[in-house]
Design a protein around this ligand. Structure first.
Ligand SMILES: *[C@@H]1O[C@H](CO)[C@@H](O)[C@H](O)[C@H]1NC(C)=O
Ligand SMILES: *[C@@H]1O[C@H](CO)[C@@H](O)[C@H](O)[C@H]1NC(C)=O
Ligand SMILES: *[C@@H]1O[C@H](CO)[C@@H](O)[C@H](O)[C@H]1NC(C)=O
Length: 194
């Protein structure tokens, strides 16, 4: 989860970019809710073991990200990160990639930008590093065992015009060249209350 953890920061940016790029008609919704459905790691078992990290039912209405993940190697400046987003209009797991994404960039650069910007979302629910605003360099993201406890993503960053439905946000950890080291996919549902 190294990356996932680390990368977790990006999602918000991606959603914001989506909203700005695609002016969906405003529907007057009062409140946007983000409900986690599932998390999965694709590949990269020798970088990250996230098999103990799950989306769990917290109570009648809330789902949380919970568990531990082991980052098996330092994620240093030789790694890159990227995020892509897909949307399932019918909620039937047929996803269309959105053209917008967070383009790949040096992973350690993400740590002092997007990670810092969005760490409020996981700050109180994990032992992942807290990076002070204004930090110029934070590298590597250290290997270790990290826990995430009862994390309910704050949906306040999601613009009201975002379409409801099933979303998939994929954080990618890449090695130089085109090689994808690992991917972490978060599935979540956006709903609105009127
Ligand atoms: C989250 O994990 C903690 C620690 O393992 C556990 O006590 C708690 O019950 C879990 N929460 C859910 C909703 O499963
Ligand atoms: C479920 O837990 C969340 C987070 O603590 C809380 O805001 C919500 O009111 C709870 N819902 C119910 C039905 O207890
Ligand atoms: C984290 O917890 C501290 C101390 O309880 C609180 O002041 C702060 O607002 C919390 N931050 C977030 C993002 O919830």
């Amino acid at each position: 989860m190294a990356w996932r953890t680390t990368i977790s920061t990006v999602p918000l940016t991606v959603l914001l970019i989506i909203c700005i790029s695609f002016p969906f008609r405003s529907d007057g919704a009062q409140k946007v809710t983000l409900q986690l459905e599932r998390f999965e790691q694709i590949g990269g078992a020798h970088f990250v073991d996230s098999s103990q990290l799950r989306v769990r039912k917290f109570n009648r209405t809330a789902f949380v990200l919970n568990g531990t993940f082991a980052l098996l190697t330092d994620i240093d400046g030789s790694y890159e990160g990227a995020v892509k987003v897909a949307y399932s209009n019918l909620g039937n797991n047929q996803f269309n990639e959105y053209p917008m994404k967070l383009a790949r960039k040096r992973f350690c650069d993400m740590l002092v930008t997007e990670y810092v910007e969005y760490q409020f979302i996981w700050r109180n629910c994990t032992n992942m590093p807290y990076i002070e605003q204004g930090t110029r360099e934070f590298c590597p993201f250290p290997k270790g065992v990290y826990w995430v406890r009862d994390l309910i993503p704050d949906a306040s960053f999601v613009p009201r015009v975002v379409p409801t439905g099933l979303w998939r946000m994929t954080w990618m950890l890449l090695l130089p060249g085109e090689q994808v080291a690992a991917q972490f996919a978060f599935y979540f549902r956006i709903t609105k209350e009127f």
